[in-house]
Design a protein around this ligand. Structure first.
Ligand code: ARG
Length: 397
């Protein structure tokens, strides 16, 4: 009798595939149940994970979490203008949900432990462990604990008749959900290396994008996009459609050095066409609607929200409190943004909102609805303290 059942977060890739025999041989589990969670990876990737899970594990689940991912994680990220070190975060948004789904299956299968294939160098180990430990379950992370190298893994996989998906000519590690695609590893680990175009799958190079710009319209309700080009869509579908549209124009590529939670610097490449367009439109609309005080305060809230989301700390009470604040501000974020997509760039052409606090009547050069003389009184006091210091200094000379 071994240690019973363990549930494994499963992607179908090399790391998680070799975990299946490892959990039995090295950790003495009797039964390995694999769980693949669909958050918008390519359909064939989910199909491969399902097929391999069914073949290699004692039991396999594939869970369609696409709508929940958009509603519970991507929408809050849009409202919070969620970004990390300048790019729209993606992987970090999906990890808590994937872990929560695996926890749900672990409870159902009466497992006391959850396995994952994260290394001991990245962020995902921390994001997964946090959710698993919050549920009172044990974490088993063979890749981290056994200090395995890629070459050893490939050998071990061959011995166990596990198909090795990493081809020698394309040795990238990809993480994908509908909001973002991340590419790292292999030659990209040299920060000086120029990435070949083939690492990107959702975007064309801006150099090869169409010579004619394309105009689009996004409509927002309560801070989230509800229509594209005047047609209503569910969140997931809208994001997919926009990924194709903006990807065709080469929008949303990033090549950067990122500071991971542990402090390691990493070379990261991303593509996130829909996210780039939606976040640009969203913050532009906020500028039309929210007060100056709200905007200034919300920038700090958004930063703190992004930090917690990047770390995956979704059970931190502050995360819920920040979401509550953000949701209140977003009640008024309704309206339409026209944008132009052109050779890697997205530009706002115009915006309108029933909740705008912009008044052309007040600000226009051509209107007389404000008596400009009233500003003379304000001007008497404007900067008065600094003016006095300056005058006194002049007298001392
Ligand atoms: N650096 C990003 C993050 O921690 C993405 C990591 C994605 N992993 C990958 N194997 N491509 O959120």
């Amino acid at each position: 009798m071994g240690k019973g059942t363990i549930v494994l977060a499963y992607s179908g890739g090399l790391d998680t595939s070799i975990c299946i025999p490892l959990l039995k041989e090295r950790y003495d589990y009797d039964r390995v149940v694999t769980v693949a969670v669909h958050v918008g990876q390519q359909d064939d990737e989910i199909a491969v994970a399902t097929e391999k899970g069914k073949k290699l594990a004692d039991k396999h689940y594939t869970i369609d979490a696409r709508d929940a991912f958009v509603k519970d994680h991507v929408f809050p990220a849009i409202k919070a203008n969620g970004s990390y070190e300048g790019y729209p975060m993606g992987t970090s948004l999906a990890r808590p949900l994937i872990a929560q789904e695996v926890v749900r299956i672990a409870k159902k299968e009466k497992a006391k432990a959850i396995g994952h294939g994260c290394t001991g160098k990245g962020n995902d180990q921390l994001r997964f462990d946090f959710i698993i430990r919050s549920a009172g379950l044990e974490v088993v992370a063979p890749i981290r604990e056994l200090n395995l190298t890629r070459d050893w893994e490939i050998e071990y996989a061959k011995e166990h008749r596990i198909p090795v998906p990493v081809k020698k000519d394309k040795p990238w590690s990809i993480d994908e959900n509908c909001w973002s695609r991340s590419i790292e590893g292999g030659k990209l680990e040299d920060p000086a290396y120029h990435p070949p175009d083939e690492i990107y799958a959702w975007t064309v190079s801006p150099k090869n994008a169409p010579d004619t710009p394309e105009k689009i319209t996004l409509e927002f309700r309560s801070g989230v996009p509800v229509a594209l080009n005047n047609k209503k869509y569910g969140g997931y579908e809208l994001i997919q459609k926009l990924n194709v549209l903006a990807g065709k124009h080469g929008i949303g590529r990033n090549d950067m050095i990122e500071d991971r939670i542990l402090g390691l610097k990493a070379r990261e490449n991303y593509e996130h066409p829909a996210a780039t367009v939606i976040l640009k439109a969203h913050s532009d609309l906020e500028a039309l609607i929210l007060t100056r005080s709200e905007l200034a305060f919300k920038r700090m809230v958004d930063d703190k929200w992004s930090e917690l989301a990047y770390k995956g700390l979704v059970y931190e009470p502050l995360y819920a409190a920040l979401n509550a604040f953000i949701d209140t501000t977003q009640e008024r974020v309704n309206g339409t943004v026209d944008l132009e997509l052109y050779k890697g760039h997205v530009m706002v052409l115009g915006r309108s909102s029933p909740d705008a606090i912009y008044s052309s009547d007040l600000v226009s050069f051509d209107s007389d609805s404000i008596d400009q003389c009233h500003a003379i009184g304000v001007s008497q006091y404007f900067g008065i303290q600094a003016r006095l210091v300056k005058q006194m200094a002049a007298k001392k000379k």
